[in-house]
Design a protein around this ligand. Structure first.
Ligand code: DGY
Length: 317
């Protein structure tokens, strides 16, 4: 059996696979594989561990002659045509749960960074501009009694809301289904998208990217936000119309935005770099030692299960 891993990930994955006598090939360059190179490497493998930046479209999947599983090293799987994979009898799995805390931590870190000008303050000190305590230096807002609205109340949204609630925020959520656990823990209220956008002080995005959620936050929806609102996106860039959001930030129609993800990753809209009221991170939601090691283990376990004829642990198609 042969398994290709599209980039170096924590050793636990390779160890687990080799213990089962699987021939593991790890792509050695620390950069995203071009589609041509991806194809060359996955054509004749039995399984793949892929990253969220690897695009498994129809062209690639159609030529994977003997592959039985694509184990995505991420909770999101919008980089894979899962329906076409299913047609080709390829199981697709993801890595839920194990990165929930890391990503929820980051959503709160971005919230605090935006609310309290943390990055701007750091830059000021680094650039030698700290001239001593000043009554009006970098005033921000407190979280207590603010409304924290989450779009998507799945695992990560719920964990982010529980953290935010510990800071004294009230929780609103927009979701297809009622989340009894979240309501019990935080007294959260399930509301419509428009209501949430109109009333929230912080809007944190935790939805998967699907055709339905693409540009869910359009210019029209963004215009519902308060002038003091903060938007946090640790989900997928394409859920927000990024160009429209930049215009809102430029015109100071909202207070600030924290980005961990972008619409055309890894390409950045350079207008973002000109803005002071943004915090820009390089898609590190799950980047904790703990999460990444558990993600590697889970992806490898999914491969082992499928290649030994058992059911995968976390199938998505
Ligand atoms: C994922 O795994 O899908 C997230 O983007 C982690 O940051």
């Amino acid at each position: 059996m042969k398994v290709f891993i599209t980039r170096k990930i924590p050793d636990v994955a390779v160890e687990l696979l080799r213990k089962k006598n699987i021939n593991v090939i790890v792509y050695q360059k620390d950069k995203q594989l071009a589609q041509r190179e991806l194809l060359k490497n996955v054509k004749d493998v039995d399984g793949v561990i892929s990253l969220l930046s690897d695009k498994f479209d129809r062209t690639i999947i159609a030529q994977m002659k003997q592959c039985r599983i694509i184990a995505n090293y991420a909770v999101g799987f919008n980089n894979i045509d899962i329906d076409f994979a299913k047609q080709k009898n390829i199981i697709v799995t993801n890595t839920p749960d194990v990165l929930t805390d890391a990503t929820a931590d980051l959503a709160v870190a971005l919230t605090l960074s935006c609310a309290r000008n943390i990055i701007e303050g750091e830059n000021l000190v680094r650039n030698g501009k700290f001239k001593g305590w000043s009554p009006e230096l970098l005033l921000g807002v407190e979280l207590k009694d603010k409304i924290f609205g989450i779009l998507g109340a799945g695992r990560i949204g719920t964990a982010a809301a529980i953290r935010a609630h510990a800071f004294g925020t009230k929780i609103l959520y927009f979701s297809n289904s009622k989340n009894n656990y979240l309501e019990l823990k935080t007294d959260a209220k399930k509301v419509s998208l428009d209501f949430l956008l109109k009333h929230s002080d912080i809007v944190s995005i935790h939805l998967p990217l699907t055709p339905k959620t693409f540009h869910l936050l359009s210019s029209d929806k963004l215009s519902l936000l308060k002038e003091t609102a903060i938007i946090i996106n640790t989900a997928r860039g394409e859920i927000v119309d990024e160009k429209a959001l930049i215009e809102f930030l430029k015109a100071k129609k909202i207070f600030s935005a924290g980005f961990d993800v972008y619409e055309n990753e890894p390409h950045l809209n350079l207008e973002l770099l000109k803005l002071k009221n943004v915090v820009l991170l390089p898609h590190i939601g799950s980047a904790s030692f703990e999460a990444r090691s558990k993600m590697a283990e889970l992806a490898a376990k999914n491969i082992v299960s499928v290649l030994s004829g058992k059911a995968p642990l976390t199938r998505v198609n």
